[in-house]
Design a protein around this ligand. Structure first.
Ligand code: 13P
Length: 272
C-alpha cells in the first residue's frame, strides 16, 4: 500500500498514524519494536540534520532493511524539507513521502515551491505534505500565535495539489512551557473546508486526551520526535551512572526498551 493509499484509508476511517523521527539504529529499533508489539504500521521520519548525520543512503537502507527485518508496515518520510532540491533528492532516494516546509515564506512563494515538489513527486506516486501557519520550531518564539487560516488552506490545497497538510492549531516543536492549548474549533473548520489528511506537528508533551480529540476532529498523522530524543538520552545517562560498563551493547538496550514503551503507549492512545 502506498502512503497516499494509507492516508486515504485513515481519512475515511477518521483514524491517525504515528510518525516518529529516528536518529540512529537504536532509536529506529525502539520505534519498530513498538509498532511490531502493537501490530501497527508506522511512518519513519528523517530531517535534514538526521540525513546529514547518518548519510542519506545509509539512513534509507537502514530503515528499509529494519522494516523488513521486524516485519512492520511502514513508510519513509522527509520531515521539514526546507528546499525543493532536498525534497527531490529524497524522492530520488526512494522516500514514500516528503514534506516541503515553506511555512515561513509568503503564501504565493510557498504555493509555487510546493507545486514543484508535488509535480516531481507525482512521478513516484509519493505523498507530499506541506505546512501553513506558525508552528514554532526549536528555539523560536512559542508565545507568538499563528493558526492556519481556513481561506489560505483552501487556496493552498487547490493550487498545490498536496496530499496532506500540517496545520497550526497551537502545538509547538519541543517541550511545552505550560499546558498546551489546542484550537480544536479551527481544526474542525480546516478539515471541513479541505477534506484532505491533516497532520499534527509537535506531538511531544500533548496530553493523551488532546491527542484523541485531535484525531476525532480530523488529524490523520501525529509527529513525535522530542520525547524520543529525551527518553533515549536520559535513560543512557542513568545507565552510565550506574556502573563503569563500557560495552555499548549492554548500555544501549535499556534506552531502546524505553523508546519501545513510550511509542507503544502513544500508538495505543491514538488508536483507541
Ligand atoms: P516534537 O519534537 O515536538 O515531538 O515534534 C515533532 C515534529 O513535529 C516533527 O516534525
Amino acid at each position: 500500500m502506498t502512503m497516499i493509499e494509507k492516508f486515504s484509508q485513515l481519512n475515511k476511517e477518521n483514524k491517525a498514524i504515528l510518525a516518529t523521527n529516528f536518529y540512529n539504529f537504536e532509536t529506529l529499533k525502539g520505534v519498530l519494536l513498538a509498532a511490531k508489539q502493537t501490530k501497527s504500521s508506522i511512518i519513519l521520519q528523517l530531517t535534514q540534520s538526521s540525513i546529514d548525520y547518518m548519510g542519506l543512503e545509509i539512513a534509507v537502507n537502514m530503515a528499509r532493511t529494519a522494516l523488513k527485518y521486524y516485519q512492520v508496515e511502514g513508510w519513509l518520510h522527509l520531515d521539514h524539507g526546507a528546499s525543493v532540491q532536498l525534497a527531490k533528492r529524497c524522492l530520488d532516494a526512494g522516500f514514500d513521502s516528503v514534506m516541503y516546509d515553506g511555512s515561513e515564506l509568503p503564501l504565493s512563494e510557498n504555493i509555487k515551491n510546493t507545486r514543484q515538489v508535488v509535480e516531481y513527486a507525482e512521478h513516484y506516486n509519493a505523498n507530499v505534505e506541506a505546512e501553513l501557519g506558525y508552528i514554532p520550531k526549536l528555539g523560536q518564539n512559542t508565545n507568538k500565535k499563528g493558526y492556519t487560516e481556513v481561506n489560505d488552506a483552501i487556496k493552498f490545497v487547490k493550487e498545490t495539489g498536496i496530499n496532506s497538510l500540517a496545520v497550526a492549531i497551537g502545538t509547538v516543536h519541543g517541550f511545552y512551557k505550560g499546558t498546551p492549548k489546542l484550537n480544536f474549533e479551527r481544526l474542525k473548520e480546516i478539515k471541513k473546508a479541505v477534506k484532505i489528511p491533516l497532520v499534527l506537528h509537535g506531538g511531544s508533551g500533548i496530553p493523551d486526551a488532546d491527542l484523541k480529540m485531535a484525531v476525532a476532529n480530523g488529524i490523520n498523522k501525529i509527529n513525535v520526535a522530542t520525547e524520543i530524543k529525551n527518553i533515549f538520552t536520559k535513560t543512557i545517562k542513568q545507565e552510565l551512572n550506574k556502573s563503569d560498563e563500557i560495552d555499548l551493547r549492554k548500555t544501549f538496550p535499556p534506552s531502546i526498551d524505553a523508546i519501545t514503551n513510550l511509542i507503544s503507549k502513544k500508538i495505543l492512545t491514538i488508536n483507541n
